[in-house]
Every structure is written in C-alpha cells, then in structure tokens.
Design a protein around this ligand. Structure first.
Ligand SMILES: [Ca+2]
Ligand SMILES: [Ca+2]
Ligand SMILES: [Ca+2]
Ligand SMILES: [Ca+2]
Length: 296
C-alpha cells in the first residue's frame, strides 16, 4: 500500500470513529487537584476532585495485593468490573467523604458517568529510608560497610560495632556548629571516622568485642572512668568475643505515582481515549517501622 493510500485509510477510520461518537481529548482539568486514596485490601480507591467543574476522576482496584510492599512498578489491567476508572460530573459539590463512605452517598447526583473498560493503571512505588543516624542520606558511604545485609542508607550502625552511628559522630559538638555530622570523631586518628571504624581506639581489639558484660553495648563497659568506655581506651585491650549484632530499627517512607495508560472511557456511544493520563503522586502513602536483627 503506498503512503497516500495508507493515509487515506487512516483518515477514513478516524472519521468513522468520530461518526460513532468518539471524543478524543488530550487533557483533563485535574492538575490542581490533589490525588487522595482510601480503602484497603480488596477495595482500594484513588480519586481526584475538581470542585470548580464539579467533576471527579476515580480509580477503583479490587485487588488483594499489598500495593506498596516493594519499590517497583506494577500494572493493573482495567477490566471494567473489579478494576475500573470513572470520570464523572455532578449536579453539586462532593462532600469530603463522598468516595470513602461505606454507604454510597445519595447526593449530589451524577450527571455524566464514563467508565473505563480498557487500559492499565501503572503504580510506581518508591521508598525513602530513614535510619535516624544523623548522617544525611546523600552523605552515607556507598554500600554496606559492615556487610550485615543492611545498606548504610538504612543501617543505624554503619560499621557494625554495636555502637550506633548517632553516638559516633561529633556528639560533643566539638566544632561548635551544632551539626554532629561535620567533623565526626576519629578517636584513634587513623583517618577513618569512628562511625565507619570497627576498632575505634586502634588497640587491635574490635569495638564490638570490648563489651565485657556482653550486653551488645560497648558503651557501658568502663574500666577507667577518667578515660571512658574501653572501646575508646587503647590502654584496655581485652577481647570478649561477641558474635551478635544488636537489634536494628529503621523507617521506610513510601510514595506512589499513578499513571493511567491507554485509557478508554465509555459512556454509551461516547468514548474518551487517553494515551497517558497522570493521576498524580501520593507522598508517604505508607510508612513502615522496621526492626531487624542482622545475621552475624
Ligand atoms: Ca546509616
Ligand atoms: Ca566505630
Ligand atoms: Ca556492654
Ligand atoms: Ca580499647
């Protein structure tokens, strides 16, 4: 088929589609509206309301997935029954609980209702980790310094010496700038800051092992009070072999970006198609507290 013939056919199909009542629009006016969510396993609802135009865009997912369990991209097929998108207009303002009440509200009335019978909802979930160790995420040393399986960005004891990182920075504010991360302590002066040094006093006994009472806390084992804990005292070098890491805690802040793709919204004879429609982001859609004891 030559190009002109192909073009002719293309326009014919397009015109026929228009005759069937297709409406092809490129934008929805929800840019200012905040994406919100409610519901739970088996009945998730995401929605945006544009109060000025009395219109809403909503996505319902009847899936039993834990949506944000992993930081990844998931695609849900819109089948029109358990998973679907609605674009609706109303004859009045929507109350704040319109989408989330267990009993469907009787007002306002829906004046126009499009249902997505095809397309996918793409969920991109991203994680931000917080180990509360006062080392900014962008300043955390790359990788997993102590090899305990928890990357430094969410390891609250980066060198695995059972002294939390937060206790190994500039804890006494020696530089006077009220920022514990600048000029972190380097007790033995070996150029490796204490929070990344597993032998802080350089006495060849690991900090972790200078734990006489064996409670996984080297900070409370003090032979000479005028110097401080044994792990910071090179004159005391007795190894009490410790073979456990202390319990670690961290937080995960999860965010999601939802994009509707190849959306076909239908209302009787009328169809709205959208190749890509960004529903929006929800920051901190889920926050998880994690507790983990790394395997030694
Ligand atoms: Ca860390
Ligand atoms: Ca250390
Ligand atoms: Ca101890
Ligand atoms: Ca020591």
């Amino acid at each position: 088929m030559n190009k002109f013939l192909a073009l002719f056919f293309f326009f014919t199909i397009l015109l026929q589609s228009c005759d069937d009542g297709d409406i092809i629009i490129t934008t929805f006016n929800f840019d200012e509206a905040e994406l919100k969510s409610c519901g739970t396993l088996g009945n998730y609802v995401f929605y945006k309301v544009n109060p000025e135009a009395l219109e809403s865009l909503s996505l319902k997912l009847g899936v039993t997935d834990s949506l944000y369990r992993t930081a990844e991209t998931k695609n849900y097929v819109l089948n029109g029954t358990t998973n679907f998108v609605n674009y609706r207009t109303y004859d009045g303002e929507l109350g704040t609980t319109y989408f989330c009440s267990s009993i469907p509200p009787t007002s306002p009335n829906v004046t126009v209702d499009y249902l997505a019978a095809a397309g996918t909802a793409e969920f991109v979930t991203t994680f931000i980790f917080e180990d509360n160790d006062l080392v900014p995420e962008e300043e955390e040393a790359a990788g997993d310094t102590d090899g305990d399986g928890l990357p430094n960005i969410y390891d609250f004891d980066d060198d695995g010496d059972n002294v939390p990182t937060i206790r190994e920075l500039d804890t006494e504010n020696a530089d006077g700038d009220d920022n514990p991360f600048t000029n972190p302590k380097d007790t033995d002066g070996d150029g490796i800051p204490d929070y990344l040094d597993d032998d802080d006093d350089g006495d060849d006994v690991l900090t972790r092992d200078e734990d006489e009472n064996g409670n996984l806390d080297p900070m409370d084992d003090v032979t000479d009070t005028s110097v401080g804990p044994d792990y910071l005292n090179p004159a005391v070098a007795i190894s009490h072999e410790i073979t456990e890491y202390r319990l670690h805690t961290y937080k995960i802040f999860k965010s999601v970006k939802i994009t509707l793709k190849n959306l076909v919204l239908e209302n009787g004879e009328e169809t709205i198609t959208q190749e890509t429609l960004i529903m929006g982001n929800i920051e901190n859609v889920e926050t998880k507290d994690k507790t983990k004891k790394p395997v030694f």
